[in-house]
Design a protein around this ligand. Structure first.
Ligand code: IPE
Ligand code: IPE
Ligand code: MG
Ligand code: MG
Ligand code: MG
Length: 437
């Protein structure tokens, strides 16, 4: 980030935090050091051995195309395969969901946990322990994940104004907010949903890129504002000083403000039928306003020190975090021109993954240190925020996240013909729940 006009502060609070992190033995400068990539962690955990791969898994011979085909269940990889391409792991994970007779009796707190968000209602049932997906699937997913993370970042770069363009300080702050790392889960959901709906051709690919950029732009804006002193007052994000620490509060606020319309500009440019562009705009706008993400953030702030019950907590989480993840899946389906039946089935998956994401965020806040998280650990308890951990305890929260993973897999089993190439979605549900940061 070369920085004409960037203020030269010798020591901002965030830099101090970053320095502290850098000072610790294992860390890379300014970045939390990861022993292994999130994908590797997932693979290791699923396999039960730290095994294979220090470094990225080597794709035997498969360029991106092949990986994507494999995730989509290309005919060549499985002659005579069953109609749906669920992995054995998925099938086992789905069984307790699918058959009422096999479901154990629900713990009372899970019975209570359902919430109305938007038009669809998801009742969370215990999902049973998910069984590891086949190793080949997981390795293919890791390659797919890396490839699509890069694709999303390239799309983001195309949509951001140049950092040097005036007002350069604002544009530089926007670049800093958007391009400083991140798992890109929302963009990956866009791409995976698009693939599940068999998006094909250059127009659909460009629409998916635009939608992937849009959700990551909104997400980056939400993080910049979430970290502000008037919100969570955080100094560390993605292993670096937060935007208001690196720049100043007003610039951080304006950078967030400017990222949001940029997202809608990206959607408006999708080269698909105008009616679909309008639908995509409605979906994103609805997900992030006062009945979505911002509403959830408002509930979050007014809940400090308040003992929410489980239903209230679930509503808050579905809004502040789940809504954008859910919108990401919808946008992928819209960009692919999916049928409404496919979109409905995908939405069940998206709701489970969206809620699971924040449940796991709550868990990581108490189990993982700042260096690995890249953000300040222990903030929720320190700020006296109600979380799944404070309500259910650590084990209860883990069980709940696991049941949501089962729920997500079960939803994929219900996919209509038009959206059945869903392996990347299945692995993304695993990644969301099993991630380590
Ligand atoms: C963090 O989101 C904020 C929440 C909504 C919980 P992520 O964990 O997706 O953050 P990045 O993008 O990977 O940094
Ligand atoms: C953030 O939730 C939700 C949004 C940014 C909309 P958190 O406040 O829990 O996220 P972190 O833990 O700071 O990333
Ligand atoms: Mg917050
Ligand atoms: Mg926060
Ligand atoms: Mg958090």
């Amino acid at each position: 980030m070369s920085a004409p006009g960037r203020p030269k502060r010798e020591f901002s609070p965030g830099e101090e935090v970053a320095q502290r992190l850098e000072g610790s033995p294992s860390s890379a400068p300014g970045r939390p050091k990861r022993e292994s990539s999130p994908g590797e962690e997932v693979a290791q955990r699923l396999e039960g051995s730290p095994s294979s791969a220090p470094g990225r898994p080597k794709r035997e011979s498969s360029p991106g195309e092949e990986v994507a085909q494999r995730l989509e269940g290309s005919p060549s990889s499985a002659p005579g395969r069953p109609k749906r391409e669920s992995s054995p792991g998925e099938e086992v994970a789905q069984r307790p969901e699918g058959s009422p007779s096999s479901a154990p009796s629900q713990p009372p707190e899970l019975k209570a946990s359902s919430a109305q968000v938007g038009e669809a209602r998801l009742v969370v049932r215990p999902g049973g322990p998910a069984v590891p997906a086949p190793r080949a699937d997981r390795l293919a997913f890791e390659s797919w994940q890396e490839q699509h993370r890069e694709r999303a970042e390239a799309a983001l770069l195309r949509h951001l104004p140049p950092a040097q363009a005036e007002p350069a300080r604002l544009h530089e702050a926007m670049h800093y907010a958007v391009l400083g790392g991140g798992k890109r889960v929302r963009a990956l959901l866009v791409y995976a949903a698009g693939q599940a709906c068999q998006a094909s051709g250059p127009a659909a690919a460009a629409a998916l890129d635009a939608a992937a950029a849009a959700v990551e732009l909104v997400h980056a804006y939400s993080l910049v504002h979430d970290d502000l002193p008037c919100m969570d007052n955080d100094v560390l994000r993605r292993g670096l000083p937060t935007v208001h620490v690196k720049y100043d509060e007003a610039t951080a606020m304006l950078a967030g403000d400017a990222l949001q319309p940029l997202a809608f500009e990206a959607l408006a440019g999708m080269p698909i039928a105008p009616a679909l562009v309008v639908q995509a705009t409605q979906v994103l706008a609805g997900a992030i306003g006062s009945r979505g993400m911002v509403g959830g953030q408002a509930i979050d702030l007014q809940s400090v020190g308040v003992a929410l019950d489980l239903a209230q907590l679930e509503t808050m989480h579905r809004l502040k975090t789940g809504a954008l993840l859910r919108a990401s899946v919808s946008l992928g389906a819209i960009a692919a021109g999916a049928s409404s039946a496919a979109r409905l089935a995908l939405d069940q998956y998206a709701q489970a993954v969206g809620l699971a994401f924040q449940v796991v965020d709550d868990i990581l806040d108490v189990t993982t240190d700042s260096q690995i998280l890249g953000k300040t650990a222990g903030k929720d308890e320190a700020a006296n925020k109600p979380t799944y951990v404070s309500l259910l305890g650590l084990e209860g929260a883990r069980d709940f996240a696991e049941s949501l993973r089962g729920q997500a897999h079960a939803a994929l089993a219900d996919l209509a013909e038009a959206a059945r190439h869903a392996r990347a979605l299945a692995r993304l549900a695993d990644f969301v729940v099993l991630r380590t940061h």
